[in-house]
Design a protein. Structure first.
Length: 566
């Protein structure tokens, strides 16, 4: 602890505050105006700093770390391009409600506004994609701002915060006898259940649940954020309700449970979308009814009353009409519902859903050559759901969401709201450092993988045992699919006419890399990779023309799905 035995400057105060906040990992990239902070880190042994290959990779890694741990992901970058390189990662965390604090360096205060080298107004840039952001103007304010940033990131609906620290603030030594107060207010869950309107709405919800004949629970990422997966299962089992998940809700309900229905919406299971359409009560928990969930709003759940439970009242009633809004902590509200709702028996509704599951199974092209669907199903079979799965964005993401059975929360890491290609590799790094005892596998398409493949350097330097499964269809698969289905096969700039050999790329980083094109080869290489305690790339050559099904065409209701090529 030699770095703190003399007077504290702003840089050392930052590190001291982070330690008091139990931060154990920082993802970052050094630069000129954050050198005082990096100098303070030089002496620090209790905080693990992970040097990524790019600042965007650092932001995605912090995001992945936060998703698997539930703790705040922390980023440290320099000013100017260092700060702007994090913007996509910040926006991604904002859209998916992920707690993250990004510390950016800034030029000295006297140079601000004068077009100094590597100066940029990062607060203005990130204003619309953060819960709040701060510029530190006085070193005495630094502890208060740091604690406030963590409080804002974690209270209510979680999200990212930016703290911009000028270099002169980092170097300023605090006054003699400066008493460093821990003013961090512990974030407590506000129990609004005593509020009269909320109490009335819960009573109304209980009445609807007790009377309904065809309930459906729609579970979103708010379940995971609130650590309410246990309560979700208890409610489902008590009222005998099927559970459909949004993309961000995967893992909130066991994928092998008899009431689990998988995804709903644009790429939802046929039986899931049929259940929504025929339900008489839709209990939406911690979700926002995005366009990917509802498709054409007219005709969405036309026969159902809607109960919407969420921590963020701005999401309730924003996209669809809600009969009973309940704003508050999801875990606490579910406890009340469980304690007071009537126990139901399985009936005609459950039997009908089981019949749909038999009649409309999720198809897997496992009778022919290697396919994306087969790869995910085989991965699920061999790992038995006991891995953390990260994804990129595109067909690879949907196959991973459809065909892998997530048994626990915080085991599926993917970019939902923003749909960020290039997210998965950085997020997998963060997921590993968040839970190094659990094997991490990143599912990627060749298009997404190329966007942030420089993070292979990070994986190699730290010898992180992540398995990269690259589904190489030599195109932008989802773009090509839409062009095939909805643009009369005009494949405008979606086909790669020159292939990349990802095994050679892996070899350049001294990562074991394998190329497979047959089912038997994939199974063999996957088992081999799982036995190795080191990074591995498995490049899978799949058909360029393979499509994702089911899919709800644009402008259609969710029960009008295409389930195969016409």
């Amino acid at each position: 602890m030699g770095g703190f035995k003399y007077k504290l400057n702003g840089a050392k105060i930052l590190i001291k505050c982070l330690k008091e906040l139990n931060v154990d990992t920082i993802f970052g990239y050094p630069g000129g105006v954050v050198l005082p902070i990096y100098d303070a880190l030089y002496y620090e042994k209790d905080i693990n700093h992970i040097l990524t290959a790019h600042e965007q990779g650092a932001a995605h890694a912090a995001d992945g770390y936060a998703r698997v741990t539930g703790n705040v992901g922390v980023v440290l970058v320099t000013s100017g391009p260092g700060a702007t390189n994090t913007v996509t990662g910040i926006a991604n965390a904002y859209r998916d409600s992920i707690p993250m604090v990004v510390f950016t360096g800034q030029v000295p205060k006297e140079q601000m506004g004068k077009a100094a080298f590597q100066e940029v107004d990062i607060l203005s840039i990130t204003k619309s994609i953060t819960k709040q952001n701060f510029l530190v103007n006085n070193v005495d304010d630094l502890p208060r701002i740091i604690y406030k940033a963590f409080k804002v990131a974690t209270e209510g609906r979680k999200g990212p915060v930016v703290v911009d620290i000028p270099k002169d603030i980092q170097n300023t030594t605090v006054k003699d006898d400066f008493y460093y107060k821990n003013i961090y207010e512990v974030v407590t869950k506000t129990n609004n259940l005593t509020h009269e309107n909320l109490y009335k709405n819960i009573k109304k919800a209980l009445s609807l649940i007790n009377k309904c004949k065809r309930p459906v629970i729609y579970a979103g990422g708010g379940i995971i954020s609130s650590n309410a997966n246990k309560e979700l299962m208890e409610l489902s089992e008590k009222i005998k309700s099927p559970v459909i998940c949004t993309l961000m809700g995967l893992g909130s309900f066991p994928g092998n449970h008899k009431y689990f229905m998988g995804l709903g919406g644009m790429h939802g299971n046929v039986y899931s979308n049929y259940a929504i359409t025929e339900s008489d009560l839709l209990i939406a928990i911690g979700m926002r009814f995005s366009d990917r969930v509802t498709s054409k709003i007219e005709g969405f759940a036309p026969n159902a009353k809607v109960i919407h439970i969420d921590i963020d009242e701005k999401e309730i009633g924003k996209n669809i009409d809600v009969d009973i809004p309940i704003k508050g902590d999801i875990k606490e509200i579910l406890k009340v519902l469980i304690n007071h709702v009537e126990l139901k028996e399985e009936g005609e509704w459950n039997h009908k859903i089981n019949d749909w599951k038999i009649k409309y199974p999720l198809n897997c092209n496992n009778k022919c050559k290697l396919s994306g669907e087969y790869i995910i199903e085989k991965l699920n079979e061999i790992t038995k759901g006991d891995c953390t799965i990260c994804t990129e964005v595109g067909q690879n993401q949907i196959w991973a969401a459809q065909h892998y059975k997530y048994l626990k929360p915080r085991t599926f890491v993917s970019s939902g709201g923003l749909g960020t290609m290039g997210f998965g590799l950085g997020a997998a790094i963060g997921a590993y450092f968040g839970n190094p005892k659990r094997r991490v596998i990143n599912i990627a398409g060749d298009g997404s993988f190329k966007m942030n493949c420089a993070e292979l350097d990070t994986i190699s330097r730290y010898n992180i045992p992540i398995i990269q499964i690259v589904l190489n269809n030599r195109c932008l698969g989802m773009v090509r699919q839409w062009q095939e289905m909805f643009y009369e096969k005009r494949f405008s700039y979606s086909i790669f006419h020159k292939e990349v050999d990802f095994t050679k790329l892996g070899m350049a980083y001294e990562i074991k890399s394998f190329k497979v094109s047959e089912k038997e080869e994939f199974e063999e290489m996957l088992k081999k990779a799982l036995e190795l305690n080191e990074p591995v790339i498995i490049e899978c050559l799949i058909d360029t023309n393979e499509n994702v099904f089911p899919i709800v065409p644009p402008g259609e209701t969710i029960d009008n799905m295409l389930i195969e090529k016409i």
